[in-house]
Design a protein around this ligand. Structure first.
Ligand code: ARG
Ligand code: ZN
Length: 858
């Protein structure tokens, strides 16, 4: 049944104190819960405790066993006469059989929990909603040999021996928290310890817990944690509040990581890193996720969400915070480019498809389906726009007010926006539409110039989305600047325009030469810009724009225009003007000695096939592939000398170092290698193999493997085999082996992927492995969208199987199949047929049902 935001009602009962007692065993764990419950307000409703798959072994009220409880839809209903009672329950669980990885489960011999959003109800009966805040005392008992380490939230209180080879530990968390932040871990774990002294002088003991064999790969995570703690003090004045902060890494995890109070639990891919097994991209992701989860201690834990419709309150804000953190650690320009690229890759299609929803949704069937790019990444863009509109000081004052006023409470998005208004004195009434309207605004920008006067005409519209036919104009903070076409110099300063109406006109006086428009600089608003700037003007901006993002953007638009034109012309080997302008712009970029290699590597990269498709009325994956390959080949051939020079100078960087400069050179090196491969140069395969073989780090090795995997070079198979044999005992690297092949541009990718699904190392039950094959394959545009429909059938078969094991992870992989409206009638029919097959699958989960049925309807 549908849950609606407007139906929110405060809880009937609060639970100020909870004591949990776990007798841990993978096959049969006993959980005793002691809840102090207090009636809120004047009502006579019974106590209703959520439960999912639980049967009570006993229920007592104020110490007396009762029998008048009942189960309704899994919930335990207990009639209670007075207004304060102690309710105790006991249940038994089998963590080793929990394949959903929600609640208490086993991963590689470690017992661990995942409770957000609604996993706690799979552990014990409880009002499992984020506006019930409790103090937790947790006692755990387990076999000492198998589970020597026992961790929970908060501070350790006591531990001891329990006889029969068992031991126990007790933890207490002084901060009231919602049940979704509960965590415990039991296992044979080694620790990398550190300390951090907070700004008020508190000593915090830090620990990164992993299996002993992984201990050497925890240093980067530990140092990122310390950097994050210092950054949040410096940037937001936010200090850590417990004596210990622990992180545990496990191999089986449904998403990235979880911010449980004082005990973060991570997917091991966001903790473990060393140069031999992790790429620069992986290192950056480890630091970003460590920071993200740490920042949640304030934006999420100290101030939590009133209900799950408010999810973006903590996630959008925390993503904005982790993005700012990462920008401060390296190049802000490159970080912004990366963030916008992933917004366009994941969120724009969501906003334009059947699963579109506002960052504060109005209804859901299954909340797990709403941990989306919209809630997270568009949510972060909305916070960024508030920061832009308010300016840094007022934004910080608004954050201070929000944290102060709502500390220890469960708040709403409205509370956040109202804090920003109050602290800044700015009216955000119309801005609030960003919380209620779905869809990516489109802004048409036309610049005209006559007799010293320039006129910029802007028109915005927000496309209809399911359930929202009609949209009101948004508030758009637009940064712009004009440049003189002749002199190449800026005509005046950068301006920030707040567009609030459907159409607006901005005039510029004293414009003596033809102006060129640099628009939405820094991607100041998350919109699609429709402008008729010529290839010459885009090339000009690609050379002269002083905003690095806008410069990158001009290059992208130039390439995009050329690619869309050649797809439309059915033109796959053109030497036409479109290609020539792109070639010249890339040559200029490569030749500019002032540019950072990391920026160059971004700026010369062609738009992805799916982003090109997003520009078309009907996506033609084969034509897009041909046009893009033709342009790549041309760029490779015509600029071969420059690619070789770039490759050689980047290769001369010396032994591996993890510095921004070295990272930039590695990135440029692999981009250059890719163009050399595309050029068809006779020695390119050998060059790639040499890079693969000589590499002293995973970035270079995987970069070369990726280039080979998509080619017909004779070195391809040997490289894949060497890679497999070298890393066959490292699951995170094996994931790369699977995904590299699933992303390959070769003609035989589908057949290869079908075979990989039968490989002994493939395991649907491990979410990372499932994503590395199925997830990677379904973003491989040409292979997934093979006209035969075999790619769709393969993915649907896998998802139907996976749904029986782990519905949450299966449902996350469905959206590519749901985009049928964007394709020709034959493909659309085949995609729909698979969606219909999924909807009819016996025992389908609610997660999959929501995604598949909405995809069919939308
Ligand atoms: N709160 C976690 C994070 O963003 C993610 C939890 C995801 N939960 C889910 N049911 N998908 O850091
Ligand atoms: Zn988060």
């Amino acid at each position: 049944q549908v849950i609606r935001r407007q139906d929110y009602r405060p809880p009937d009962w609060q639970v100020p104190e909870v004591a949990l007692d776990f007798a841990l065993d993978p096959a049969a764990t006993r959980v005793k819960a002691r809840l102090e419950v207090v009636r809120t307000g004047a009502h006579d409703r019974p106590l209703v405790l959520d439960g999912d798959g639980l049967t009570p072994l006993s229920v007592t009220v104020d110490g007396v066993t009762i029998n008048d409880w009942r189960l309704e839809d899994g919930r335990l209903v207990v009639p209670l006469p007075g207004s304060a009672h102690v309710v105790e329950t006991e249940v038994e669980l089998a963590p080793e059989r929990n394949t959903q990885l929600m609640g208490l489960y086993a991963s590689g011999g470690i017992l661990c929990t995942q409770c957000e959003a609604e996993g706690f109800r799979r552990i014990t009966f409880f009002p499992d909603r984020p506006d019930v805040l409790s103090r937790y005392r947790v006692r755990m008992m387990a076999d000492k040999a198998r589970f020597p380490v026992l961790l929970a939230n908060g501070d350790p209180i006591a531990h001891g021996e329990a006889g029969e080879g068992r031991h126990w530990a007790e933890w207490h968390d002084p901060f009231p928290k919602p049940s979704y932040l509960f965590a415990l871990v039991a296992g044979d774990l080694a620790v990398n310890r550190g300390t951090f002294t907070t700004m008020s002088g508190r000593e915090v003991e830090l620990g990164i817990w992993v299996r002993a064999r992984d201990l050497d790969r925890t240093h980067h995570a530990l140092s990122a944690l310390k950097t994050s703690m210092a950054w949040d003090e410096r940037t937001y004045g936010r200090e850590y509040d417990l004596d210990v902060f622990n992180i545990v890494a496990v191999d089986d995890f449904n998403f990235g990581a979880m911010e449980n109070k004082g005990l973060n639990i991570f997917n091991s891919r966001y903790i473990l890193a060393d140069p031999d097994t992790a790429t620069d991209y992986d290192y950056d992701a480890v630091a970003a996720v460590v920071a993200h989860e740490y920042f949640h201690n304030w934006s999420g834990n100290r101030v939590t969400c009133r209900d799950w419709f408010q999810l973006s309150l903590k996630e959008g804000f925390t993503v904005y915070r982790d993005q700012s953190f990462s920008a401060d650690q390296g190049s802000p320009a490159v970080k912004r480019i990366e963030d916008v690229r992933s917004l366009r890759a994941a969120q724009f299609p969501e906003d334009a498809g059947p699963l579109a929803h506002p960052i504060r949704p109005d209804a859901y069937l299954e909340i797990s389906n709403f941990y989306t790019a919209t809630i997270y990444n568009k949510g972060a863009e909305v916070i960024r726009m508030i920061a832009t509109i308010l300016g840094p000081q007022a934004f910080r004052a608004g954050c201070d007010l929000y944290f102060e006023r709502f500390d220890g409470t469960a708040a709403t998005c409205e509370d956040f926006v109202a804090s920003m208004e109050e602290a800044s004195g700015k009216d955000l009434a119309q801005f609030r539409r960003w919380y209620s309207q779905a869809g990516t605004p489109r802004v048409a920008a036309t610049l005209t110039h006559e007799g010293g006067r320039a006129e910029l005409r802007l028109a915005q519209r927000v496309p209809p989305t399911p359930g929202q036919e009609h949209k009101e104009p948004m508030v758009l903070p637009l940064k712009l600047r004009l440049f003189g076409a002749e002199t190449g110099r800026p005509l005046g300063d950068e301006q920030l325009i707040l567009m609030t109406d459907s159409t607006e006109t901005i005039t510029f006086e004293g414009v003596g030469e033809r102006p060129v428009l640099s628009f939405n600089r820094g991607f100041s608003a998350p919109i699609v810009v429709e402008s008729d700037r010529s290839a010459a003007d885009l090339a000009f901006l690609g050379r002269h724009d002083d905003d690095p993002f806008a410069r990158y953007e001009a290059m992208q638009q130039l390439m995009l225009d050329a690619l869309v034109a050649s797809v439309a012309a059915g033109n796959d080997s053109s030497q036409d003007g479109g290609h020539q302008a792109v070639l010249a712009a890339i040559a200029d970029t490569l030749d500019d000695p002032a540019l950072d290699p990391a920026f160059i590597a971004e700026a010369v990269l062609l738009p992805s096939e799916s982003f090109i498709g997003d520009q078309m009325a009907v996506v033609d994956p084969d034509a897009i592939f041909r046009a893009r390959e033709a342009l790549r080949r041309n760029i490779g051939r015509e600029l071969e000398g420059r690619w070789r020079a770039a490759y050689d100078s980047a290769s001369a960087a010396g032994p591996y170092a993890y510095t921004s400069a070295a990272k930039g050179l590695r990135r440029l090196r692999t981009v250059a290698l890719g163009f050399l491969m595309a050029s068809g140069a006779a020695d390119a395969g050998a060059l790639a193999f040499r890079q693969f073989d000589d590499a002293d780090n995973m970035t270079d090795r995987q970069g070369a493997l990726g280039a080979l995997a998509g080619s017909n070079a004779p070195e391809r198979v040997p490289a894949l085999d060497i890679f497999y044999n070298r890393y066959s005992d490292n699951p995170l690297v094996l994931d790369k082996w699977f995904s590299t092949q699933a992303l390959s541009a070769r003609d035989d990718t589908l057949a290869a992927v079908e075979e990989l699904a039968r490989h002994p190392d493939f395991a649907l039950a491990n979410p990372n492995r499932a994503r590395s094959l199925i997830g990677a394959f379904s973003v491989n545009q040409r292979a997934f969208h093979a006209a035969s429909g075999a790619g769709y059938r393969f993915v649907a078969d896998q998802l139907i199987q996976l749904d029986r094991i782990n519905p949450q992870t299966a449902a996350k992989l469905l959206p590519p199949l749901g985009r049928w409206r964007r394709f020709d009638a034959a493909r659309a029919a085949r995609m729909r047929a698979e969606l219909e097959r999924i909807v009819k699958a016996p025992g389908l989960s609610r997660d999959m049902f929501e995604q598949a049925s909405k995809s069919l309807a939308g």
